[in-house]
Design a binder for this molecule. Sequence first.
Ligand SMILES: [Zn+2]
Length: 140
Amino acid sequence: MTTKNPDNLREQLIAAVLKKRKALARAQEIVVRLIEPNIQQDEFLSLLSEIDPHNYADIVEERSINKLCGYPLCSTALENVLSQKYKICGRQNKVYDITERKKFCSGHCFQASEYIKSQVPVSPLWLRDKEMKTKFQLLA
Ligand SMILES: [Zn+2]
């Protein structure tokens, strides 16, 4: 392979840019898809390898804004969302930031979502095709 040829190099650069754009557009498509209710487990797990943790956080955020539990496999509506940002635990005399927890219908959904988020790859989306596919696990 010759990389000294300017035309060839230019072609390679264009191909790289197009590939990157395509991967980013695909991730956005997945975000839009996973904002919907009634997402099936198989579909959910198959889409995770094409998003990054930032996309995942967007999904949780958008769902909660739409008053839907932030965990994509749960279709429970969020009701009576607490308006406060902190919760004080009297027994342990500690203050907790509940900003994230408020986006979920239950502690279980919060944990299940955090568990999935921790497995979403951090590598650039457009380089994923060269990686081993992650085998995502749901919280039991
Ligand atoms: Zn839930």
